[in-house]
Design a protein around this ligand. Sequence first.
Ligand SMILES: Cc1c2[nH]c(c1CCC(=O)O)Cc1[nH]c(c(CCC(=O)O)c1C)Cc1[nH]c(c(CCC(=O)O)c1C)Cc1[nH]c(c(C)c1CCC(=O)O)C2
Length: 359
Amino acid sequence: MSTTAQSRPHTARRDLAGSPFLAAARGRRPARLPVWFMRQAGRSLPEYRALREGVPMLKACFDPEMIAEITLQPVRRLGVDAAVFYSDIVVPLVAAGIDVDIVPGTGPVVAEPVRDAAAIRRLPALDPARLEPVLDGARLLVERLGQTPLIGFAGAPFTLASYLIEGGPSRTFERTKALMRSEPEVWHDLAGRLADIAVTFLRGQIEAGADAVQLFDSWAGALTLREYREFVLPHSARVLGAVADLDVPRIHFGVGTGELLTAMREAGADVVGVDWRVPLDEAVRRLTAHGEPAPVVQGNLDPALLQASWPVIEAEVRRIAAEGRAAAGHIFNLGHGVPPGTDPDVLARVVELVHSLEG
Ligand SMILES: Cc1c2[nH]c(c1CCC(=O)O)Cc1[nH]c(c(CCC(=O)O)c1C)Cc1[nH]c(c(CCC(=O)O)c1C)Cc1[nH]c(c(C)c1CCC(=O)O)C2
């Protein structure tokens, strides 16, 4: 059988029936509470800094061995219940040929910001073959991960669009909101193209063996609920809907999205990510306010508190686990990514504590 990019057979999905992470993601209560950390692979780990020495982030993201090794590092060191694919939300944009760089200490920077209909029309589509080195990393991982599930991910259309329009990270998203509100058809064209890219990236990862996916709409919390429903939800719903047939749990997360939780679930989330601002029992109350079934939730530990004294962290972990009992399933996580200055021993201790608690 040929193994060219187009005809490569799908990796057979591993049987991970015993995975507490997947059980919780499916709305069950495993014997022990599962935990992983957003950005668990990264600068908080000395072995990551050593491996990345002199290698630009985006070079590492197209190197299958680097992808696999960096993804495995936190699994080995911390004993987390899931691996999260080492990549970045801009990787599929780079694969499509868009000039984006990841600048250390800043984030993604776009050479030619995309701010009008003509620039949007010039955006290249993503040829799935260009993702092959990235997906080779995922295939290596499924061979090496044993019984640990792999979480794939993509950036949601709004968050990706914000980088393309602003040209880099933004606090206020002024240009993004101005385009969205002033030229809705242009906005919908851009968001639709980014949805296509996210679908290709997610389907590729799942077909390569990812056992769950997370759609990051990290900056959607900058929007009002009305804006979210009109300009964002339809596109994110199309992304999540386009992987429904592959039957892996879909996690949907953003920062500051307390007002958007119900709408983000409606977009097609099986698991709703919650930052640190809304306690999990309150998130569940909001998500069931109109008679909806109890949700599965993920998150809630304030990443800043990883710098606090251990008694503070321990009390927070126990509180979050207790409040998470209001949900159908709870996956312990931070309310956003691991800060680069975090002591990995603190993360390992959190994992140990979470594992002593009931799922
Ligand atoms: C908004 C966003 C980005 N990238 C991502 C998001 C969504 C998640 C979130 O909200 O944090 C997604 C992402 N980026 C990275 C991962 C790896 C998997 C994991 O969670 O462990 C994931 C899931 C690696 C990375 N992506 C990046 C790093 C750090 C840079 C490095 O290691 O050289 C890592 C480990 C770079 C990046 N990429 C981005 C930012 C804001 C930065 C930080 C810039 C900096 O502080 O230097 C864009």
